[in-house]
Design a protein around this ligand. Structure first.
Ligand code: FBP
Length: 551
């Protein structure tokens, strides 16, 4: 049965993503220019010892055509972790890049993320198959998963599966954790002389996989455009009805890049930045009072409405909550089986009896629904699933309590009526913006060029992103270069460093500088929906974050 598609999808599928000049001129058969050898961002000796084969590799860039023929190869690809707009275009770019090298090359897509690679479940891509997914959102082409690929037993299975299929290179499309695992796999494959190379691609709407060489992770541009459209619509409603305070939680597991980018695009009255809350060591009560003061000030000006952006990860950045979550993580990890047999009431009692005095107080001060959300299942990395914690509702309740208290004392004369929203899944599978369509396609095409140049343990890197696509710079960054040691499960572990919001950076300064004005006025900006066709300034510009960071 033919699948029905929307008018936009039908027209959009014909869009030909743009490529950096080196590829639009020479195709994917390009010569690698090799720079100086590199080192990790910190803990050099320990990381070198852990990655003897992939440490110190040079940065690579592609500037000219390569000589000679490229042999046909078989390559495998996985999507790992949360969905991000543009994943299908990475696969399309990789497919086209491989076919451009040699039309007999083949691309295998392993199903449902790392688990498909371990269990040897795959599809082989064809032109018709790929064409159906060009420029579409989602990861449904092969599915994704959060299985952690990290043990030698898993690596051995991957090698066996690849060898049985004749695959000599793997592309891992994932975030910081998935690419850390990709680096471990690359190292193991080299140590075992398996002949299998591993290349990563920087994915995550959270925007926290970036550094001097990786200017942005893909999906951040599209997802923030979708959220900003919705926030703009809510602002217009708030300013029309003039009777609600909208509290909008925005995805982003840890870093507040999404909230910050949306704030720069839409100028709401209040934007919380988790990194700032942590830096100032603010208590939950202090965060609440700060919001309540703006509510009060606006009420005094006759404005009982406004919009507040809340980053998803906020709860983990409030010091007392961070300590509570860390104690809960340890407790749940050590008592998993017993804990699962308990009723909700018993779970709360059990936890309360085991927490230290301070944290038990913090835990008891929370509403019962939030307590249970904090006790819910951890993700495979042992993290609290912050997307399920209703921080926005908690803040509304607490602000309500504060202003009610002020009211009794005659210090607040307005009205406070809070509405909650959570924007996350609305943006993760949106059809990629022109920027993400081009960027993702280029990342995939570039991965094919990296494979052809014989490299392993690299992250596909396309830079100079604030310039027109022709001027983008293609190449590869050694994964070990982005690593540091972090304490995980009581052990120093090499991981790619997560980029949090930089409090000395220009995007945050822009918010901090305008904060008072945006709080008191209705400086709202209404970005409207993503546009795929039309004037370039409407369709092709990327994020405020990258513009400010690279200005
Ligand atoms: P990745 O880092 O894997 O790209 O996922 C990011 C994210 O979208 C977070 O913003 C969010 O907290 C999380 O995934 C939710 O994941 P899930 O839907 O699997 O619970």
């Amino acid at each position: 049965m033919e699948r029905a598609v929307s008018a936009l999808q039908a027209v959009r599928s014909a869009y030909k993503p743009k490529l950096p000049k080196v590829f639009s001129t020479h195709g994917s058969k390009v010569k690698a220019s090799v720079g100086e050898s590199t080192s990790s961002i910190s803990d050099q000796d320990q990381i070198k010892a852990l990655f003897p084969n992939t440490y110190g590799l040079p940065v690579i860039s592609f500037e000219a055509a390569a000589e000679g023929e490229s042999a046909a190869i078989k390559v495998g690809v996985i999507l790992s972790g949360g969905q991000a707009p543009g994943g299908h275009n990475v696969i399309a770019g990789l497919y086209d890049g491989l076919k451009n090298l040699n039309n007999n090359s083949e691309l295998y897509g392993f199903l449902r993320g790392p688990s498909g690679l371990i269990d040897n479940e795959y599809v082989v891509f064809t032109n018709d198959f790929i064409n159906e997914y060009r420029n579409t959102g989602g990861f449904d082409i092969i599915g994704s998963g959060r299985t952690k690929l990290e043990t030698e037993e898993q690596f051995d299975k991957v090698i066996t599966n690849c060898k049985s299929l004749g695959i000599t290179a793997l592309v891992v499309i994932g975030g910081d954790d998935s690419n850390t695992n990709a680096c471990m796999l690359a190292e193991y494959c080299m140590k075992k002389e398996s002949g299998i190379r591993v290349i990563g691609c920087p994915k995550t709407i959270d925007g926290d996989l970036k550094n001097d060489w990786i200017e942005a992770s893909f999906g951040f541009d599209t997802a923030t455009k979708v959220y900003a459209e919705l926030i703009g619509n809510i602002q217009r409603d708030a300013n029309s009805a003039k009777k609600y305070w909208h509290f909008i939680k925005l995805m982003g597991r840890s870093a507040s890049h999404i909230a910050l980018e949306c704030a720069l695009k839409t100028r709401p009255n209040i934007t919380l930045i988790s990194e700032e809350v942590a830096e100032k060591k603010m208590t939950l009560k202090e965060v609440v009072v700060e919001i309540a003061e703006v509510v009060k000030r606006r009420a005094e000006a006759g404005k009982d409405f406004g919009v507040v952006l809340v980053p998803e990860g906020l709860i983990e950045f409030i010091p007392e909550m961070k300590k509570l979550i860390s104690e809960l993580n340890d407790l749940l990890a050590s008592e998993t089986q017993y804990f699962e047999t308990l009723s909700n009431i018993d779970k709360v009692q059990f936890v309360n009896s085991r927490l230290s005095d301070d944290t038990s107080k913090a835990f008891s001060s929370l509403p019962a629904t939030l307590q249970l959300q904090l006790l819910a299942d951890r993700d495979p990395h042992g993290n609290v699933q912050v997307s399920r914690i209703e921080t926005e509702k908690l803040l509304i309740d607490m602000v309500d309590d504060v202003v009610s208290e002020w009211k009794v004392k005659g210090q607040f004369k307005g009205k406070f009526s809070g509405l909650n929203h959570f924007f996350g899944y609305e943006g993760r599978c949106a059809a990629p913006s022109n920027f993400d369509a081009d960027y993702c396609y280029s990342l995939g095409f570039n991965a094919a060029a990296l494979i052809n140049s014989g490299t392993s343990g690299y992250l596909s890197s396309v830079r100079n992103l604030t310039k027109p696509v022709e001027q983008w710079v293609a190449g590869g960054i050694p994964l070990t270069m982005m690593m540091n040691l972090e304490r995980r499960h009581g052990k120093d572990t090499p991981v790619i460093k997560k980029a949090l919001v930089e409090l000395h950076g220009k995007p945050y300064h822009e918010l901090a500088y305008n904060r008072k004005k945006w709080a008191d006025e209705e400086a709202y900006v209404y970005p409207g929906p993503i546009q795929y066709f039309g004037p370039s300034e409407v369709c092709d510009s990327t994020t405020e974050t990258i513009k400010l960071e690279r200005s």
